[in-house]
Ligand binder design. Sequence first.
Ligand code: NAP
Length: 480
Amino acid sequence: MATKTEQSVKTLIHGEWNVSESGKSVEISSPHNGETIGQVPSLSQEELEASIKKTAAAQSTWGEKSIQERGEILKKWAEILEERKEEIGESIMLEVAKKRSSAVSEVSRTAEYIRYTVEEAFRLDGSVKRGDGFKGGNPNKIGLAEKTPRGTILAIGPFNYPVNLSASKIAPALMQGNSVIFKPATQGAISGIKLIEALIDAGLPSDLVTVATGRGSVIGDFLVQHPEVDMITFTGGTATGRHIADLSSMIPLVLELGGKDPAIVLKDADLDKAAKEIVAGAYSYSGQRCTAIKRVLVQNEKADELVSKITDQVNGLSVGMPEDDATVTPLINDKSADYVQSLIDDAKEKGATVVTGDKREGNLLYPTLLDHVTSDMKIAWEEPFGPVLPIIRISESEEAVRLANESDYGLQASVFSTDMDKAIGIAQKLEVGTVQLNAKTERGPDHFPFLGVKGSGLGVQGIRESLESVVRDKVTVINM
Ligand code: NAP
């Protein structure tokens, strides 16, 4: 089914493609030129109530299908996404101002993710327990611990990877026999709908998924507290994640939230490599990535040299429009650009040096490098989600570990050093989900476990881990 993106886009509700009964919609326009792309339905609670019930009821039949049957549909989904990668990539580019090549590769990466999910699901089994394996146990008991679907999974995605971070929730959920309520980020909803169109075209029974379009501030609490929801898997900001954790009760949560990833550069590091990795890690997609490098902690002895090398690289970044494949493009909205600018202004007022950047045209912020950033500045601690990188000079590696761990966040960190023993020693002290040695922070390869600690999340993603998160144990005891 084709979506006309220049006008009313239909969503998947009650197993059919439709607009909202109320006629209400949310207008989606491009962050970089303000042009309207389309209107997505703003669904009411009443509409959602009926559709969620239908989707929940459809789960049992789907859960009884063989894993082979489910896998065939998902493999077809991956094939269709690959065929439509240019079209869907165009939609991502227009909706979230991501450069064209990255938008298209997001779709290919998603197809690959789905294929791997299908294969991995075939290898996940339950277990058999012997009754006499426990002191005082009974040799006449055999426990069969099977993995069964949780039921209906609420999948909520962020704007920055509207296809990949949605499919990485939906594919494991469906593969394991669940039904799905999918709440796409509003800015990114058209791309999310195209993702689901491909899934239905691949043969998925359409009442297995409800696409809950509408603003999170209006329908989010209703979805999160809905009694038919058996689990929530969410990616987005830490404030929203905490809110969801407060509202939901007695159901499992997987939360992938914000970050303030540090790059720790020791005095014995290969500075050319460090500068290259740091710039790629900090500025790609204008820094709008949870795993972007968001602060550099460098030892005093090498700070000037590193800043000079980073500056050369930053000045070579392309700045402009996503259609031109620029690396730094306008931010998702003016509010976001205002916030990033406020962090830059606060740092300047408190004595930071602007090495390059600090130039703004609307919501396009030029890549900005701030040196001599200190702990009293907001940019030292807050997540900007924009193209700005603070340099914090440190004396000893212990200070880097202390500053890194003082953060409310704990997603990833990089350590740059030619002394691997020292780098590994530091890695072990960092309170984060992942440490990258001599490379930028990033998600993936997608089958690696991916998680944040502290304010950066709860639970683990990654293909095996995501598949395991959407099932529960069901034990049958054979009494002989
Ligand atoms: P966000 O504002 O928290 O929104 C995320 C999603 O939550 C959107 O779909 C949003 O819908 C929805 N939402 C809003 N209020 C809700 C509520 N009360 N109940 C349920 N859902 C609600 O985040 P974002 O701006 O899209 O994404 C940027 C953030 O995501 C950054 O902090 C980034 O670090 C983080 N992120 C983390 C990861 C990771 O894996 N750790 C990956 C990517 C991004 P609307 O769009 O309709 O408001």
